[in-house]
Design a protein around this ligand. Sequence first.
Ligand code: ATP
Ligand code: MG
Length: 264
Amino acid sequence: MTDTATVDLAVEDATLQYDQRVISENLGFHVPPGSFTVIIGPNACGKSTLLRALAGLLRPASGQVVLDGSDIARLAPKHIARRIGLLPQSASAPDGITVAELVARGRFAHQRLLRQWSPADEIAVAEALDETGVRELSARRVDELSGGQRQRVWIAMVLAQETPMVLLDEPTTFLDVAHQMEVLGLLHRLNVSGRTVVAVLHDLNQAARYASHIVAMSGGRIVAQGAPAETITSELVHDVFSLPNVVIPDPVTGTPLVVPQDLR
Ligand SMILES: Nc1ncnc2c1ncn2[C@@H]1O[C@H](COP(=O)(O)OP(=O)(O)OP(=O)(O)O)[C@@H](O)[C@H]1O
Ligand SMILES: [Mg+2]
């Protein structure tokens, strides 16, 4: 069963760094509970770093990450894993593991010491395989799949975890356009049914369509956030990506559609 209590997750006045290399300073961000938040920004601006901090994997050098009122650094990994699921940008599976075995690993946080695999685990895995359309791949080895198939299997693993919040770092990378729309549709449904979704996306037009809340980053800082219509403007895209562009209404949804100008 998904733990349905809304997750309250925030980064407070944090310095995020690797060894001595500072990526973000004085970073503050509160995930709007119940939102579909999309983080945008150029390569190397610190999106994945922020996501790692939010998941409790990167400990701030100063400041803190607060999950449901507690410093995440003080919480047990299993507790965090019942509240937050993370799809990292480059996930790697153990050699030779099958799809069914990998997705089953999403159930780790639900297993008690003596109680082994349960019917609830079985149902969660089956649902995750169905939702991501990879059930027919169950017996295949993960390392023998195409990039797009593998990406959907990883998403299935995160879904099997049945957390009320999911963090996904570029979940549509490697997917063809139809599968991109499928995954975004799936995330939208999860969001509507009560899960808080935070995703890093590079496609600004998809971000504008699906997000309820946009976070734009540049050089380790959050430079704008809010509703897509207010946030994804020609000026912002120009400032953040150094890209001359025109923003018009998306003919299908009316949300901002960014049309880059030629750089030739
Ligand atoms: N494990 C690491 N050790 C040292 N430096 C790192 C590490 N991971 C990332 N960095 C550096 O931190 C900065 C921010 O990286 P991050 O991965 O957060 O960027 P990003 O916005 O996710 O970029 P992309 O769109 O390319 O995924 C980059 O300069 C990167 O080189
Ligand atoms: Mg990244």
